[in-house]
Design a protein around this ligand. Sequence first.
Ligand SMILES: *Cc1c(COP(=O)(O)O)cnc(C)c1O
Length: 481
Amino acid sequence: MKITLSNGKVIPVEMHKTRIVQKINLQPIKRRLEAIQEAGYNTFLLRTKDVFLDLLTDSGTNAMSDHQLAAMMVADDAYAGSESFYRLADTVREILGFEYTMPVHQGRAAEHLLAKVFVKPGDVVLMNYHFTTTKAHFELAGGKVIEIFTDEAMNTESTHAFRGNLCLKKFRDCIKRYGAKKISFVRMEATTNLIGGQPFSLGNLREVKKLAAAHKIPLVFDGSLISENAYFIKERDPECRNMTVSQIISEMMSLVDILYLSARKSTCVRGGMIATNSRAYFDRLLAWLPLYEGFSTYGGMSIKELEAMNVGLREMTDYDVACASPEFIEYFVSRLMEAGLPAVTPGGGLGCHLDAKRFLPHLPQTQYPAGALAAAVYLTSGVRVMERGTVSTDRDERGNDVPADLELIRLALPRRTYSLSHIEYAVDRLSWLYRHRDLVGGLKFVEEPKVLRFFFGRMKPLNDWGTKLAKAFKADFGARS
Ligand SMILES: *Cc1c(COP(=O)(O)O)cnc(C)c1O
């Protein structure tokens, strides 16, 4: 909840108290330099013992509630027919309005099944924006992913409320160009991850549904960050101001043919699911479920997590839960802007993002500015962030690098996990880095996997800039910082 202090300043205030804590370490600069070298300048390959604030992702790292933990203790661990599953199915019916529910082990498992059933070689899949695993699965199935976002999506200095909207004109053009039969489905991603956690509007979703339905194209909804998108609709669309988060979620779901989600985000657990009201779609997906995930009443999930997902689905409709992450991010973005740093605006739903092209204008995209910035942030702060730029984009069929639309680093804020003092620390060290940005150089790959190279790829700094940056840091803060 946002609170206005007597001096006029607005701060986010936690609507929960912390009863379980986990110790973290801030390693000195010498160790941080060794650690990032050992990790091949790839923040994915750091060990958490070397990480102070883990802002890599909000996936599976959110704080769970007391009710979620309690539910795990009453899990009905059966291979088939678990009562836990039937409780989940009841919740999905009540909160989301879908008759058929299928658990899967996480979001990408849902994408795998959707790719198997709906995407044939030569098909096109339309979406407001891709997600890494989404694109990989649909392309492996032989489909072509086409992103039909609006011009505003790529403007990192925007004030637009709904940068995740799908462009209807491009949608119409694609239907004309490819024919509706060639379009597997249109996919709307809530709080669009790779463009900075940006939402779409309810009005946009309604228009997408109208056009899709007129051409019998299924509307698939990636609801991994569904509660945050609902929060933004309530906050940013005056017409929806008086709706509850729960009502907005129901309204969105009434437009959707198939919902899938990673339960690692809005619902704060580890798992995923698919839900629909179409018996025909459900049966086609179900046919593959036991082979790739598991029996229909657990789908590869731990039943304990499935019980916690059930509670998480209910809790995410509570305004105090839905707002937790976006309000901290808004505060984080405003503090970075005050310090003059190139934060992506407006603040999004899963983390705060910095524009590496503006942070490191001296680096060409061929030297991976976002990758370099992610490594430099770790070095100067012990804060682990994620590269979301060209490193996260695989090479094309001819082996050429594909420059990403945006070069971002993401400082994800796991829900209800970090405090305002953590944010103030990060802002301070990031500001120091910004003043010393000339010291940051480029990267080149030394080991490079073909698919999703950002996970396991190893890189090297050009001209050993890491050592120079560590030296400058030590001169200002001392060896123990
Ligand atoms: C995380 C995420 C996925 C993939 O889910 P996993 O649980 O990580 O497999 C898919 N789509 C979006 C929008 C996500 O944020």
